[in-house]
Design a protein around this ligand. Structure first.
Ligand code: ADQ
Length: 460
């Protein structure tokens, strides 16, 4: 049914990158769960994707890649500063992540946010045909649904928020709270990662916009807006395949030898973001070393942190704090040839990432708040022999599904250290039982199931 009508996806960034081939440049799809899940649907529905392609100034011309029509949107240097770094990443991102850093409410960032949202809405209005479904993604574009409805009342509009929606008491701080809620209410379907996001949004919509409704439906301006939880996931089969590939076994062997075959490996993999609790994790590792529950001879902690939003002050400060902690731990507890912490400030190619997941006896996913957290699901997907232990923050969206993980509160350093210690000493049978249950949960909901469920609801 879905394939007969067209889908137009609108997201801040296009899932493509420009690569050099021979003497010229060409577009290539970037790796990622969202594009993997949507590409087949877009392809069969002759769909389109609208978003920023990187860079400032004039947008590249629209192009078709593997059956999908991509339309780049241009953003000026000033818009990147005010809309992207400012309002999106210094106002919305911290506010929606429980204000783990203070959100900045700067009036001069608001209008660029409105202008850029209008630009995306106009691009979608120019692309969509009567009866198409326009699927708008994430916090950068919360005004697009209402703007698009105004321009094109003849299309269906769906919105999905990848990050958490905050409690109404917190959202109420937002000076432009009614504009944002009214922007979202322009959609026919609003999707969140968890039932908590749904609850928070419903409470806020009642408080701020005075709309009525319950059980997943709100009434506004004579229309019904459906609100639901659609937990995103991963391409399980792709991770499973990579985990079982012979080249991965060779890569894993090399990695284990380099880390020390007799050492237990603890791993963290994140964007270098203050919401991810990397600092809390390092403090817990320091606590284990201080108390003698771990020594550099028997345990190694590997943190892979992909650089992120480096021009935003809070991210530069986090990098300094993480590097200070790594230096302190290695200085205090390391011995020649034995560093307790290995810190890689870079992204890993997927095959490398999978061998790291396989090398890890314990995986630490400890965000202070996270919409979902796909790293937790990727780790589980790779543990095809039911070994390994997942230590998971109760504040990650993934905690709703991955109930068999060892749950921790990342604000509690002692509790986090105790959780890691328990994971390191987990009896084999209990570890296997937990991992089987975690794998069932991921198998039950892959990114393809997620896209099917969401689009099924949006199209019905
Ligand atoms: P992110 O905050 O980026 O996404 P996450 O869900 O963990 O967080 O996804 C990160 C992705 O980047 C994973 O696929 C992971 O493999 C990859 N990655 C991270 N660090 C890496 C590294 N060092 N090297 C290589 N790859 C790395 C936002 C929300 C999340 C939500 C997703 C999807 O913040 O809560 O789960 O969108 O909706």
């Amino acid at each position: 049914m879905a394939s007969r009508r067209r889908l137009v996806v609108v997201s801040n960034r296009l899932p493509v990158r420009r690569v050099r081939r021979g003497g010229s440049t060409a577009w290539e799809q970037s790796p990622g769960g969202l594009v993997t899940a949507l590409a087949p649907i877009l392809k069969s529905a002759r769909g389109a994707w609208i978003g920023w392609a990187g860079g400032s100034g004039r947008a590249p011309a629209p192009f078709t890649l593997e059956g999908v029509r991509y339309t780049p949107v241009s953003l000026s240097r000033g818009q990147l500063e005010d809309f992207y770094e400012g309002f999106s990443n210094r106002t919305l991102w911290p506010l929606y992540h429980d204000a783990v850093r203070a959100p900045e409410f700067r009036r001069r960032w608001w209008w660029p946010y409105v202008d850029v949202n209008r630009k995306y809405a106009e691009a979608a209005a120019a692309t969509a045909k009567r009866g198409d479904l326009v699927w708008v993604h994430d916090y950068h574009l919360q005004l697009v649904p209402a703007m698009l409805r105004e321009l094109r009342p003849d299309v269906r509009i769906a919105f999905f928020l990848h990050i958490p929606f905050p409690p109404d008491e917190l959202f109420a701080h937002m000076p432009w709270r009614s504009q944002i809620i009214e922007g979202l209410l322009g959609a026919d379907l609003i999707g969140f990662q968890t039932p908590t996001g749904v609850r928070h949004f419903m409470a806020t919509a009642r408080r701020v916009a005075g709309v009525h409704g319950s059980r997943g439906t709100l009434s506004t301006g004579g229309r019904h807006v459906r609100v639901g939880a659609y937990p995103i996931s991963i391409d399980l089969a792709a991770f499973d395949r990579l985990a079982r590939a012979p080249e991965t076994a060779a890569r894993l062997h090399r990695l284990r030898v380099r880390l020390g075959r007799d050492r237990r490996v603890i791993l963290g993999v994140d964007r270098l973001d203050y919401s991810k609790g990397i600092d809390a994790r390092l403090k817990a590792v320091a606590e284990l070393l201080t108390s003698g529950r771990a020594t550099p001879a028997d345990t190694v902690f590997v943190q892979v942190a992909v650089p992120s939003r480096e021009s935003v002050k809070e991210y530069a400060e986090l990098r300094e704090e993480v590097e200070r902690l790594v230096g302190r731990i290695n200085g205090e507890f390391g011995e020649p040839g034995l560093a307790p912490v290995h810190y890689l400030h870079r992204g890993l190619p997927q095959a490398e990432l999978v061998s790291h997941y396989l090398a890890a006896d314990v995986m630490l996913v400890t965000p202070f708040r996270d919409g979902m957290n796909l790293v937790a699901k990727e780790y589980v997907a790779c543990r095809t022999d039911d070994t390994g232990a997942l230590v998971l923050s109760e504040f990650a969206g993934a905690a709703h599904e991955l109930k068999a993980a060892l749950m921790v509160n990342p604000h509690d350093v002692d509790g986090l250290a105790a959780g890691i210690d328990a994971a390191l000493h987990m009896p084999h049978a209990e570890g296997a039982r937990r991992m089987r249950s975690l794998r069932r949960a991921v198998r039950h909901n892959t990114v393809f199931d997620w896209a099917d469920e969401y689009l099924g609801a949006a199209w019905s």
